[in-house]
Design a binder for this molecule. Sequence first.
Ligand SMILES: Nc1nc2c(ncn2[C@@H]2O[C@H](COP(=O)(O)OP(=O)(O)OP(=O)(O)O)[C@@H](O)[C@H]2O)c(=O)[nH]1
Length: 433
Amino acid sequence: MSINQKILLVEDSPSFGYVVKKQLESRLHFEVTWVQSYQDAQACLQNTQAFAFALLDLHLPDAANGEVVDLVLEVGIPTIIFTSNDGNDAQERLWSRQIVDYVFKGSSASLDYIVSLLTRLQKNPTTKLLVVDDSKVACDYLRHLLQIQGYQVLVAHDGEQALRLLAEQGDIRLMLIDYAMPGLSGHQVVSRVRRQLGSDRLAIIGVSALGNHRLSAQFIKQGANDFIGKPFSAEELYCRVAQNLKILEQMDSIRQASYQDFLTGLYNRRYFFEHALSWFEYKTPLTLAMLDIDYFKHINDSYGHHVGDQVLKAFSQLMKEMFPHALLTRMGGEEFCILLPEPFVKTYRHLENFRIGLARQEILIEQERVKITTSIGLAQWQPSIHSNEQVTQDTLEKLLHLADQYLYQAKARGRNCICYGQTQTTQLQGSKD
Ligand SMILES: Nc1nc2c(ncn2[C@@H]2O[C@H](COP(=O)(O)OP(=O)(O)OP(=O)(O)O)[C@@H](O)[C@H]2O)c(=O)[nH]1
């Protein structure tokens, strides 16, 4: 179970404070400590400093000039400020205090902004960014600003080092890259990165001198998602980085939805056919099982489709628990596939345990005790030791077809059993039990 993060809210307006507290508790499940004065904030910080963030009103009855900001920043809590003043001077004073962000009080959108900001800030400690600039001063400045918002920041001082870090780390989500560097230019690095990583995997923001529109346009043409002109404000940097990460996360969600079966949460056919081949790359034996729930139509007819749905979910959950390292797919209806990089005997034993355990238990759904069994067709793939033959989509389809044939035999034998056989890259051969 995740531990709720604590947030300190210092706000003297009873109505605004109440609404903010309720929103943060109900929408983000924060544990909110709300106080209404400088003195209470001080007492609160003496008792606990384990706040993940602080939301502060600048003007309090007992501290009218933003003193509470220094109080909270002194103990190192990332700070967001409520303000009603949008003058340039006031803004600059705020940013010079190294706050995480500020939020306008009066606007109806401010509550939504606080929620989206805190959602972002909660993710930042696990979000890796790469800053690429040959100037150490520029790198240090960017790293410092980004760390205020809690990001993990890596730094490269030339293009080659950036390419190396991207390849080594594998989970960098956004790169900020300057144009002018010795060796590879920013444009060249972007163009090379894009041969490996699409804009849906890594966001790139080019950094170029303000007013040089050609450089900015070239960054985009080489594959950058965005650009930012130097000199930039902390606020602009934060907005662009957050915006690009948000788009990336939306693309992740779309990709995940397109690969996931909505009912069971398992992978769907599309994912299987696009990714299963990569499991053959390691040239170790693979076992592929096709499973079909027996007489499933009878369950729908007897208990209704909604119970049938719950049975499919329960069956999938049992598979996840029994085969945590397998590629688990709902191929359609009540038919499932398990692909495992394991020797046949081991998988066979696991599947037998799964089949026997399933037949013995009752699945409790809405006071109904439902009993199910499954038939299983099992095929093994052995990498050929005599040839360097390529594994192709055809190999996968043959293996699947073979497992399907054995599943058919298991059904013909009376169901609730396993039939199996074996194949190699170059040929299909098999025998049933
Ligand atoms: N509740 C529910 N039923 C589904 C879903 N997808 C397919 N089905 C039902 O699954 C049933 C499959 O029936 P059949 O193909 O006749 O197979 P069976 O009754 O399992 O019989 P055997 O496979 O021969 O053991 C059909 O009634 C489909 O409507 C689903 O997502 N939810």
